[in-house]
Design a protein around this ligand. Structure first.
Ligand SMILES: NC(=O)c1ccc[n+]([C@@H]2O[C@H](COP(=O)([O-])OP(=O)(O)OC[C@H]3O[C@@H](n4cnc5c(N)ncnc54)[C@H](O)[C@@H]3O)[C@@H](O)[C@H]2O)c1
Length: 596
């Protein structure tokens, strides 16, 4: 799956006419939204909105006649697109489709393309899970229970609104999550819009990962205010239930066949959200946990991800310890994992990416002060922010290892051709959001390396290609490093065999399947000679490390101090071989001279 953003098309700010004079334009973004495959979709004109609403209204009237519940899913990104299809695929006890789903997406240049794509039955999210394409195609084209639109007016028709729009956490410094802040703008504006349109009986279910307190203390007041303005005096029915989606081969199952937690702002909302989730999610096999208040459900999500981020960060110090004291942390972890209580220990690799783990603890720290009003956040929160800071900066050490490995070969990082294998944040997926590889590439570029990138799952690395606008203007990690301009022309290498030609260093940053089977002899042959090899994930066996050394390469790895031992063994055996050759030669010589 590749990161799924569209491109902004900027009209040139000035052009030279045939007479040679310069015509200046007011810079503006054109009215197209471009899909990752490069297809252009013109943005809807204001006069098209009415017609679009009428189109949706006819479909909804028909669905109502068939007894279907109308569900609007706001935001059809990584989570919303799949969730919308899962809801649209719901059947009642008689085996009839029971929901009609409208995926609603704002018509921005970056995101509008998702709507026409969905309406053709194509998924806006690319995934290794075949079920993503299948379920979307089926619901749009066969069962006709899923449609997408850009008009917020559709909210008027909803029985249930599911909110799947993002709530980002913007970091202001690298390695200091505490100075960042939650970006609630999209969520707040969509809560306002929802309040302006929905019927009083409509259930609003926030699935977005939010700063704890958001549902009750930010979203509910916004809905109430909008209701008040419309003269509605009933309390909005608002609930929270977070997503645990895992991109990868079980994408759909990770939404549908997985345990859920939920809570409502009042009893009626609680009853409604429980009923809705029991209908659309497989709660028979994966029981639903119902909490008393949304802040508990919101906090569960934040703690769940902070716990994961913390146990991963904790291994960083032991990784350094191991590296410096002849210990192979990979063997240590495998030994510990034999104990059933510790079986979920995982090695952090070059950092912890993905959309959620780098930000969710920050949302909790931020909420404590800015939503819940406490001033002692720094005394209370020690472990969670430190863990995120460790995870965010761990990749810098990979750049040090690369530099050191090259230095041991009498080479310099400045000007060296370096290939990084893997741009995504975890193995066998194409999601590049906040991947450790991005920091490695940025740091090595700052140090003067000439970077190449290969990843079998990523066609476009938008964090690089669109670094001035993605994830948002001024939000790229680019701003924490110098000399980053050229990275916008960094293209993904399609063929590994081409990418590797002539390199001086190779970094195994992600343990994608393709890299696990590479043999040292093949790698060195393809590279054209001995290279520096940096293993970030413990993917090299001792046997392969040995062979790389024998081939004249230098090997370094995160947390694998035993490599020095292997290196010395090889050096010793080379020395003995040489010595024994010398002594054989001198023996022959001596024998000869003796004979003479
Ligand atoms: N991606 C994951 O792996 C994952 C896992 C668990 C939880 N989550 C949580 O789910 C939520 C959504 O994440 P995502 O990965 O789907 O994000 P995303 O950026 O892929 O999707 C969000 C979508 O909402 C749209 N949007 C923004 N403002 C809107 C508005 N006002 N009206 C309509 N649409 C609007 C955006 O254009 C985008 O398409 C986040 O809170 C995230 O933390 C994500």
């Amino acid at each position: 799956m590749s990161s799924q953003i569209g491109n902004r098309v900027a009209r040139p700010e000035s052009l030279q006419n045939k007479q040679g004079s310069i015509i200046h334009f007011t810079p503006h973004i054109s009215d197209y939204s471009i899909s990752p495959e490069g297809e252009e979709f013109p943005l809807p004109e204001p006069e098209e909105y009415n017609e679009e609403f009428n189109r949706i209204k006819i479909l909804v009237d028909q669905a109502r006649e068939e007894g279907k519940e109308i569900v609007v899913v706001m935001g059809v990104g990584f989570v919303g697109a799949v969730m919308a299809a899962i809801i649209a695929d719901t059947k009642d006890e008689n085996g009839n489709y029971s929901k009609f789903v409208i995926g609603c997406q704002r018509p921005s240049t970056r995101s509008y393309w998702k709507i026409p794509l969905l309406n053709r039955g194509q998924s806006p999210v690319k995934s290794e899970d075949k079920e993503v394409d299948e379920i979307i195609k089926r619901c749009v084209l066969e069962t006709k229970t899923l449609v997408a639109t850009y008009t917020n007016e559709c909210l008027k028709l909803a029985d249930v609104v599911v909110v799947d729009i993002q709530c980002d956490y913007v970091k202001c410094e690298l390695g200091n999550v505490k100075t960042g802040e939650a970006d609630m703008a999209a969520l707040e504006s969509s809560m306002k819009t929802i309040g302006e349109h929905i019927s009083p009986e409509c259930l609003v279910l926030i699935e977005t990962t939010v700063a704890p307190g958001t549902t009750e203390f930010v979203a509910l007041p916004l809905l109430k205010k909008a209701f008040y303005k419309r003269g509605i005096d009933s309390t909005p029915l608002l609930a929270h239930s977070y997503e645990r989606v895992m991109p990868g081969k079980d994408y759909v199952a990770s939404v549908r066949d997985f345990w859920r937690v939920c809570a409502g702002c009042n009893d009626e909302a609680k009853v409604k959200v429980e009923k809705f989730l029991r209908e659309v999610i497989n709660t028979k096999d994966y029981p639903l946990t119902v909490m008393d208040r949304p802040i508990e459900s919101e906090t569960a999500k934040i703690i769940e991800n902070s716990y994961r981020a913390t146990i991963l960060a904790f291994l960083n110090e032991w990784s350094l310890f191991s590296e410096r004291n002849g210990v192979d942390i990979i063997k240590v972890i495998n030994a510990i994992k034999m104990r059933p209580t510790h079986s979920n220990m995982i090695f952090p690799g070059p950092g912890i990416g993905g959309y959620c783990l780098p930000k969710d603890g920050g949302l909790g720290y931020w909420a404590y002060k800015h939503i819940l009003g406490f001033e002692d956040g720094d005394e209370v929160f020690k472990i969670t922010p430190t863990s995120i800071d460790i995870n965010d900066t761990r990749a810098l050490h990979v750049a040090e290892l690369t530099r050191d490995a090259l230095r041991n070969m009498d080479r310099y990082i400045a000007g060296a051709d370096v290939l990084i294998c893997g741009a995504s944040y975890r193995q066998d997926v194409g999601d590049t959001r906040y991947s450790g590889s991005e920091i490695v590439v940025r740091k090595l570029t700052e140090m003067g390396a000439e970077m190449r990138v290969h990843d079998p799952y990523v066609d476009h690395w938008y964090e690089m290609e669109s670094q001035d606008t993605y994830p948002a203007s001024g939000h790229s990690w680019k701003r924490f490093f110098r000399n980053q301009e050229d990275l916008s022309v960094l293209k993904m290498e399609a063929e590994f065999s081409t990418a590797i030609k002539g390199i001086e260093a190779l970094i195994f940053a992600v343990p994608h399947n393709q890299y696990l089977t590479l043999e040292p002899e093949t790698v060195v042959k393809m590279a054209g000679g001995p290279i520096a090899v940096i293993d970030c994930f413990g993917i090299l066996s001792d046997e392969k490390i040995r062979r790389y050394f024998e081939l004249g390469c230098e090997v370094k790895a995160l947390g694998r101090g035993h490599i020095q031992r292997i290196k010395k063994e090889i050096q010793r055996s080379k020395f003995y071989k040489q010595n024994s050759k010398i002594s054989t030669v001198s023996q022959i010589y001596n024998r000869g001279s003796f004979a003479r």
